[in-house]
Design a protein around this ligand. Structure first.
Ligand SMILES: [Zn+2]
Length: 104
């Protein structure tokens, strides 16, 4: 899978509207199909440490495709569920995050 095929990315950058669509419709950020369980998230070590990811939920198999296509230094976590958290008024980071709530 090349970066241009990834549902929620355009030229390697996340597309905000697609990210929101993945969150609300529970679809995979890579292939655009419905998610089951577990759900995978990819991110930097810092994102893993904060348990807050900017990239949308993925199928576990798609998570490997995303890492290969975009950044193979990203880590993968698996979870049974997640919260979609929109930034607060005072948050410096204006992007919504995904916060896994039952890590596997
Ligand atoms: Zn997928």
């Amino acid at each position: 899978m090349s970066p241009v095929d990834l549902f929620a990315w355009s030229d390697g950058d996340l597309v905000k509207a697609k990210v929101t669509q993945c969150a609300l419709a529970r679809i995979c950020g890579a292939c655009g199909q419905s998610l089951g369980r577990p759900v995978a998230f990819v991110g930097t070590a810092a994102e893993v440490g904060r348990n807050a990811f900017h990239a949308p939920p993925l199928h576990t198999t798609c998570a490997d495709d995303v890492r290969r296509a975009l950044d193979d230094s990203w880590e993968v976590v698996q979870t049974g569920g997640f919260e979609f958290v929109r930034p607060g008024r005072d948050d410096e980071d204006r992007r919504p995050t995904f916060q896994p709530n039952s890590l596997l």
